[in-house]
Design a binder for this molecule. Sequence first.
Ligand SMILES: Cc1cc2nc3c(=O)[nH]c(=O)nc-3n(C[C@H](O)[C@H](O)[C@H](O)COP(=O)(O)OP(=O)(O)OC[C@H]3O[C@@H](n4cnc5c(N)ncnc54)[C@H](O)[C@@H]3O)c2cc1C
Length: 484
Amino acid sequence: MPASSLHWFRDDLRLADNPALMAAVGHGPTLCLYILDEGGSRRPLGGASRWWLSHSLAALAAAIGARGGELIFMRGDPAAILPRVVEATGADLITWSRRYDGEAVALDSRIKAELTGAGAKVASFNAALLNEPWQVTTKTGDPMKVFTPYWRAARARGEPAPPVPAPTRIEPLKCPAAVAAMAVSHAELALEPTRPDWAGGLREAWAPGEEAAAERLGEFLSGSLDGYGEGRDRPDRVSTSRLSPHLRFGEIGSRQIWHATRSATESGEAAASASDSEKFLSEIGWREFSYHLLFHNPDLATRNFNPRFDAFPWHPDKAALKAWQRGLTGYPIVDAGLRQLWTTGWMHNRVRMIAASFLIKHLLIDWRQGEDWFWDTLVDADPASNAASWQWVAGSGADASPYYRIFNPVTQGLKFDPKGGYVRRWVPEIAGLDDGLIHEPWKADAEALRRAGITLGESYPRPLVDLDVGRRRALDALAATRSA
Ligand SMILES: Cc1cc2nc3c(=O)[nH]c(=O)nc-3n(C[C@H](O)[C@H](O)[C@H](O)COP(=O)(O)OP(=O)(O)OC[C@H]3O[C@@H](n4cnc5c(N)ncnc54)[C@H](O)[C@@H]3O)c2cc1C
């Protein structure tokens, strides 16, 4: 039988810098396959991620088609589907890009053992990370727990490999009837919301796909990278790359970002200073560190990294959780963030920290409830970065922000959204307030409220909790945990 291959796409929805795809295409005619795996042991994707995935798959299918190949869609359990497809096609090389969450690692090993046992060769590659999670260790070979030494050790491993180019042609492997019968159309994946169609804001804000990801990187390198070190904290400006959903779905890889950033800075093509560029790359480093933590702690999204927090006296409160989710806490910067998230599927990093801190500390709601909401609503909802970041804010994580560091939403708002542009954009009902009051509308007198057309408690809520009371309660809860 002539050599043929199957590339199983997962979180590597791109053609460039995809060594697993290159290996498959170089081996012989290739079946390109995506399996929508729902209902198994894996955490179901959230609604915003499903929307993104739908568009990303459509873009990938078009790119593969333009190179002569075809992307086949199936739905179901990959452990049941893949052996059947491999048997029916006779593909003797199966390739994929590695995943790092515990359930995926277990599933992939199981499938690999079965396919290898049946005589096929399985080859997996790294498409997602600069370093594999097991390649960076302490001097004694243990996993790292603190970011700074992690990043130092990662950097000491040298430059990441240069990205491999996209295949110019993908020779399709002819699908036998048995395989064609298992395929579904893109529409049948039914990833997008219909009743109601709530994705209008997402459509307006984003263009998923590999081509759009490359454009976004180019725009960022020639634009906001200059001044990124300071600008990255300003939600009122477009000052970060917004590459996170593209990275999440592997439409672009960190090796590509790394080399493009270095070369744009060194060649002078980007006006940015070396320190802006280093700061940006260190944020990519936080993503790497999150994957390192997830790989070594598979239940990072559900279990306190620091078990002392298992005794933490959380204060479940459905009404308060709902007010937070809807952006109705009465704290403008928190509300602006939650509404930006609901409308666009994305929230600025500084505001993610403020909103998460408010939920965990001022409302004493378990960080897992916030993690879950972000999982459902973020287009970049990521098994590693979301879990690690929530635990970081909670103080329960590795190298976490100390629990007693409680963000004050008013001072944070005044510092990072000084003119209130961000709040006015997302909380229009208080837009008429002066800059001095926009972050604390409850301090406005009757005349200022009247002028701005606001009735507190009606057109905009009063604060859900008093900041000092909330802060005191959080510190008492921590003290109780410590003594327990
Ligand atoms: C509570 C909370 C939850 C979060 N959940 C997610 C999530 O589900 N998915 C996600 O990708 N990021 C998450 N982050 C991290 C960060 O907020 C986003 O990566 C960032 O806002 C994405 O915007 P950007 O692409 O413009 O970032 P840039 O500032 O341009 O950074 C470039 C890239 O670096 C990575 N990055 C930046 N900051 C971090 C960070 N703190 N941790 C890990 N990676 C980082 C991202 O991949 C990002 O795209 C979370 C942060 C917090 C505080």
